[in-house]
Design a protein around this ligand. Structure first.
Ligand SMILES: Nc1ncnc2c1ncn2[C@@H]1O[C@H](COP(=O)(O)OP(=O)(O)OP(=O)(O)O)[C@@H](O)[C@H]1O
Ligand SMILES: [Mg+2]
Length: 512
């Protein structure tokens, strides 16, 4: 048997108040794609941060190609050929692709031969099918392209142990397939690839082996061929998962939100929404399907008062709300669960208590007049944390210490507890594990059943079909068609997503 590229034995890592890794075993072989699977807070990122030298384990040993190592900094891990693409990319936006690639690679100074860098990038493109434009500036690139730069950066350094932390969370289904094709080619060249993921189907489709962690402990390592989604789910959560049934009738309620011929500009001045009309009723979930980047973000932002209306009107309960501030929209009962949790959603350096009242610090529950009652805030934050099962060491912890999934739970807890009339949810289950997904989906269904209007923006058609009463398909800022629940059809929606408009789509969007 060949020597494993990585062997981690009995790894234990404690943080104040929590044991993030307890006696974990992990092994990576050359030529394999190895998925690391586990619920939010299971300890996946921590284990990989240990492998990349970011953290020192409290106990346990690490062997790289059979030799015991002790990394006291990321430098040592890089020298051992280990590289990681983090959930949040670490590129310099104003630098070019080539400059980012050579940064920190050891090829310093003025004497880097750009020509040879470009030759290398062209070679990667041939060998792995991974294409980047060396001269482009990072800020000009899409998220998928930026991710490719991160991967090329690793290739340039000669990395042969590659770790990707939830790489497909930010990708479209098409981009995800391309990514795995690239990863497969790298594995075929003898590299070892570790992919952290929550998506069981994706893991089953792409991984050779799967290691499952639960509550900071090692559960088991499965061979991709010999396992199935049920076994993996059970290993992850130790119970059976059942999703709430969507049994409600068609929406009966009145329009709560109307968008009439909305035109909105995107960040680069382009028309992100083009005279778009949509109506949301009380007690319905209106799904918005579409490939990311077709106006979804702008749609959510304009409804929340975070983006200007260039033309058209927004009505809430029959009243004109065009051009109102974000505060006015919150007061009108509109709640946004945004895509970037630590950008528009939560404030990283503030603690859980502070974040939990960001939007309702004036309400009677936590304040009297201008005075905030911190004792009540503490109780309130505790209630949110308990009710939504946010895993944390305490409400005094800064939210940037929370794991990805727990951030999302806290955000949802805050938004829903404010009892809004309209919830705009942008990719609400991205980055969540199965247990948390179930939780969030059930919450959305329950909110719908109590008469709220929910605009659910998602890329996962399966999810949209499961939860929505109607699905509207957006393409380049326009609605291509709207389907009622009984007409849901994957192929039809696929055609609409690709830009084939259906007869009468405009009229239907404007009228019901
Ligand atoms: N620097 C830190 N300080 C304190 N606690 C931490 C730190 N990093 C992680 N933790 C805690 O350790 C536990 C494991 O976190 P980790 O980020 O490894 O989980 P994860 O499996 O990556 O979860 P997710 O899927 O949500 O990203 C969590 O309870 C987390 O709050
Ligand atoms: Mg993580």
């Amino acid at each position: 048997m060949t020597t494993p590229l990585v062997k981690m034995v009995s790894i234990t890592k404690r943080f104040p108040g929590v044991t993030a890794n307890k006696d974990i075993y992990f092994e990576l072989r050359p030529g394999e794609i190895h998925a690391l699977l586990g619920e939010n807070g299971a300890g996946k990122s921590t284990l990989m941060n240990i492998l990349t030298g970011l953290y020192m384990p409290d106990e346990g040993d690490i062997y790289i190609r059979g030799t015991k190592v002790k990394f006291s900094s990321p430098r040592g891990a890089i020298e051992s050929g280990i590289g990681m693409v983090h959930q949040h990319f670490r590129l310099v936006p104003t630098f070019s692709v080539a400059e980012n690639v050579i940064m920190g690679s050891g090829d310093h100074g003025f004497f880097v031969n750009m020509k040879s860098v470009e030759e290398k990038l062209a070679r990667f493109s041939g060998e792995y099918g991974i294409n980047v434009m060396p001269g482009s500036k990072i800020w000009q690139l899409s998220v998928g392209e930026q991710q490719r730069v991160e991967i090329v950066k690793m290739l340039y350094r000669g990395t042969n142990i590659m770790i990707l932390d939830e790489p497909t969370a930010v990708l479209t289904p098409q981009e995800s397939r391309e990514l795995f094709a690239t990863l497969r080619r790298m594995a075929d060249m003898g590299k070892g690839i570790i992919v952290i993921s929550h998506k069981i189907q994706e893991v089953l489709d792409n991984a050779d082996r799967i290691t499952v962690l639960r509550d900071g402990r090692y559960v088991d390592t499965f061979s991709g061929k010999d396992t199935d989604s049920r076994k993996l789910t059970m290993a992850m959560v130790d119970r059976d998962i059942s999703f709430g049934q969507n049994l409600a009738d068609k929406p009966k309620g009145n329009f709560i939100l109307r968008l009439k011929g909305l035109t909105v500009l995107g960040d680069r001045g382009q028309k992100a929404l083009k005279s778009l009309s949509l109506n949301l009723c009380k007690g319905e979930i209106l799904g918005i399907a579409g490939v990311a980047g077709n106006g979804q973000k702008e749609l959510a932002e304009v409804i929340a008062g975070l983006r200007e209306v260039a033309a058209g009107d927004i009505e809430v309960r029959g009243e004109r709300f065009t051009g109102k501030s974000a505060r006015a929209m919150i007061d009108a009962g509109i709640s946004l669960i945004p895509e970037d949790r630590l950008g528009t959603g939560l404030v990283g350096p503030l603690n859980i208590m502070e974040n939990s009242i960001l939007k309702n610090y004036r309400s009677g529950e936590v304040a009297s007049g201008w005075f905030i009652n911190w004792k009540r805030v503490r109780e309130y934050a505790h209630r949110l944390v308990d009710k939504f099962d946010v895993k944390t060491t305490g409400v005094d912890a800064p939210v940037r210490m929370l794991s990805g999934g727990n951030l999302q739970k806290l955000l949802l807890a805050r938004e829903i507890t404010n009892d809004p009339d309209v919830i705009v949810a942008v990719y609400p289950v991205r980055g969540l594990d199965v247990g948390a997904i179930e939780f969030v989906r059930n919450i959305l269904l329950r909110q719908r059943d109590t008469g709220k209007g929910i605009l659910l923006i998602s890329e996962e058609l399966e999810e949209l079909f499961m939860l929505s009463d109607r699905v509207a398909v957006i393409h380049e800022g326009e609605i291509m068609g709207i389907l009622d629940r009984e007409d849901f059809d994957l192929e039809r929606v696929g055609r609409l997503m690709a830009g084939e408009r259906e007869e009468g789509a405009y009229e239907r969007a404007a009228n019901r």
